[in-house]
Ligand binder design. Structure first.
Ligand code: ADP
Ligand code: ADP
Length: 230
């Protein structure tokens, strides 16, 4: 089964910039994919289309079988709940504790308080932060903040996790810890799409590499290598 299907996907922004110029790609459920390419290549636009943060100008996109072109606006929140997203700058709520940052993701789906408490502590345990549930983000290291963001992203058991340069603000040692965690999440069956500029990670943890350049897929390799050119 495909998690992502794109056929001739194009995206032109209102200012006339064409960010994607005919993307054809399928990603299987359970895959771990690196998205590489220079700044401005179209990586963020690619992930934003999947999350329906932007709408394609033309082409076909299916996510987990759902047609995103035909999808009505009121269905978008349901799509987003089935996708976890992790950002380079973590995007945690600064005045909330670690517990609250993760619980917040569950509260929007109207779970019972008892269920929320159990799920939050289980997922914090999974990322190694059960003992920091009462901390606020400022009291944590960068790597720990990213772990909280990952806990929040996977709390609803998403089938797909999008990670946009998740190690971009972290030192190498901390980055490897985050990679190990993402690999563990992938091993449970979660599809992962990770945009990255880390040559070291891509060339060490060998996975499928999709290279984007000028809004086109210029390379698509299983167990691929880092690099921009075709
Ligand atoms: P990447 O993530 O690889 O850096 P982006 O998808 O962010 O690439 O950008 C691709 C191209 O689209 C760039 O030329 C960028 O300036 C342009 N772009 C991105 N977002 C917008 C936007 N909201 N409005 C106009 N142009 C945009
Ligand atoms: P890293 O090696 O990942 O950069 P830090 O040196 O920033 O880690 O932090 C090391 C430990 O100190 C972490 O466990 C973090 O939770 C704790 N810590 C960092 N800053 C604060 C703070 N302002 N208040 C309380 N604990 C902190």
């Amino acid at each position: 089964d495909y998690m992502i299907e794109m056929q001739n996907v194009k995206k032109t922004y209102p200012n006339g910039v064409t960010a994607l110029n005919g993307i054809d790609i399928n990603i299987d459920a359970g895959e771990f994919v690196y998205l590489v390419g220079q700044s401005g290549a179209g990586k963020s636009t690619f992930t934003k289309l999947i999350f329906r943060e932007e709408v394609a100008s033309s082409g076909e996109i299916r996510v987990n079988g759902e047609d995103l072109i035909k999808m009505k606006w009121r269905q978008v929140p349901f799509l987003r709940r089935s996708i976890g997203v992790v950002y380079q700058d973590f995007k945690l709520l600064p005045k909330m504790t670690v517990f609250e940052n993760v619980a917040f993701a569950l509260e929007v789906v109207e779970e019972s308080p008892k269920h929320i408490r159990k799920r939050v502590m289980d997922v914090l345990d999974q990322v190694g932060l059960k003992n920091k549930a009462r901390f606020i983000p400022d009291e944590l290291s960068g790597g720990e903040q990213q772990r909280v963001a990952i806990a929040r992203a996977i709390a609803n058991y998403p089938k797909l996790l999008i990670a946009d340069e998740p190690t971009g603000n972290l030192d190498p040692d901390t980055s490897w810890g985050i990679m190990k965690l993402l690999e563990e999440i992938n091993a449970t069956g979660t599809t992962i799409i990770m945009a990255t500029h880390s040559k070291e990670i891509v060339n060490t943890v060998r996975r499928r590499v999709i290279a984007i350049e000028g809004g086109l897929v210029v390379r698509d390799q299983q167990r691929g290598e880092y690099g921009y050119e075709a």
